[in-house]
Design a protein around this ligand. Structure first.
Ligand code: TXA
Ligand code: MG
Length: 323
């Protein structure tokens, strides 16, 4: 680990600048969560609507009362089981959390990442007492980055634009964004799954000893829950294995070129490589990216969720290309 680079990044963050931060899920575009101007700079750089909340990343032994109004038993249980790791908890916010972070809502998203570089940065930043607001380090609606190079591809080299520095932590291990559990409405809806991810709904339910309410589309707002999200610039269609060859042939006959993403390996390995593969396929400049539908099994819930959003108009896309 490059400790000098981590210290320099912490100083930049304390000065209100933006830093690309490796995490075990995807790379984040980090800013001081206590500095509304710095958080506003994230939204400007991403082109993201300012009413979308961002996750606050905290150090392993951070004082959560700084951010959350209360810590229900369910939060204590999930933190003990899964932090540090790819789990974000939505909690009732403490009054002092800037509205820029919460998107003006009465809740705050908290996550303690396990990536050693993220942990080292959080320990160095404000002596481990601060929080780093960090959405995925991609432009709004695009595929999340899983390497330092992806972050530079999105925002340009450090120092040339909004990005002051990027810490290189290698390729993100999990590869898709954290599981998000809403614990801010326990009285009305109970614990709810807002976004499936590397930690499965079953794992969460086993710890809580009760079922999760499924994702709802109303409140609170999760930009990851927009239909057209996580999408490459090339149209994406999700198709059954049995139809794949047929569609490729039909497109070829029309003079159209499709590139394919086959489903192989287990769900963790597939998730790990997914975004890098989508970025590489996007660069091929094909007419269509055809993705072979993975199994509809619990272990694949996070992957299937991201693919559905990347391929939000599968049928329409294929029909238009086939005229
Ligand atoms: O794995 C991850 O979660 C990555 C890494 C960088 O930590 N971060 C990430 O951030 O995916 P972002 O902003 O791209 O997605 C976070 C999601 C957003 O959809 C946001 O709306 C939701 O979390 N979120 C954050 N705070 C929230 C809140 N108070 N209530 C509801 N949703 C919230
Ligand atoms: Mg994102």
């Amino acid at each position: 680990m490059d400790l000098d680079a981590i210290r320099a990044a912490a100083r930049l963050l304390e000065a209100g600048r933006l830093v690309g931060m490796p995490t075990e899920t995807v790379y984040g575009l980090a800013a001081d969560a206590d500095n509304p101007d710095a958080v506003a700079a994230i939204f400007a750089a991403k082109g993201r609507p300012s009413n979308h909340p961002v996750i606050v990343h905290v150090a392993r032994d951070a004082d959560l009362s700084h951010w959350a109004a209360e810590l229900p038993l369910e939060a204590t249980q999930l933190i003990a089981a899964f932090w540090p790791g790819p789990l974000t908890l939505i909690l009732k916010r403490a009054p002092r959390v800037p509205a820029a972070v919460t998107g003006g809502q009465d809740s705050v998203g908290l996550r303690c990442p396990s990536h050693p570089v993220a942990q080292a940065l959080l320990a160095e930043f404000r002596g481990g007492q601060g929080g780093l607001a960090a959405p995925s380090a991609n432009r709004f609606g695009r595929v999340s980055p899983t390497s330092a190079q992806h972050v530079i591809d999105e925002f340009g080299a450090p120092g040339t634009g909004a990005l002051a520095a990027v810490l290189d932590g290698g390729q993100s291990d999990v590869g898709i964004e954290s599981t998000i559990i809403d614990l801010s409405r326990l009285d009305s809806v109970g614990p709810a799954l807002l976004r499936p991810g590397g930690i499965s709904a079953q794992q969460i339910e086993a710890v809580l000893g009760r079922p999760l309410a499924q994702p709802d589309r109303v409140a609170p707002r999760v930009s990851g829950s927009l239909d057209a999200h996580y999408a490459p610039a090339t149209p994406v269609a999700l198709v059954a294995s049995s139809e794949l060859g047929q569609i490729v042939d039909a497109l070829q006959a029309m003079g159209r070129r499709a590139v394919t993403l086959r489903c192989d390996g287990d769900a963790p390995a597939y998730a790990h490589a997914l975004y890098a593969k989508l970025r590489a396929l996007d660069r091929e400049g094909a007419d269509l990216i055809l993705v072979e539908q993975p199994p509809q099994e619990a272990a694949w819930q996070g992957v299937n969720d991201r693919l559905r959003r990347a391929a939000f108009d599968s049928v329409g896309v294929v029909e238009r290309l086939l005229g």
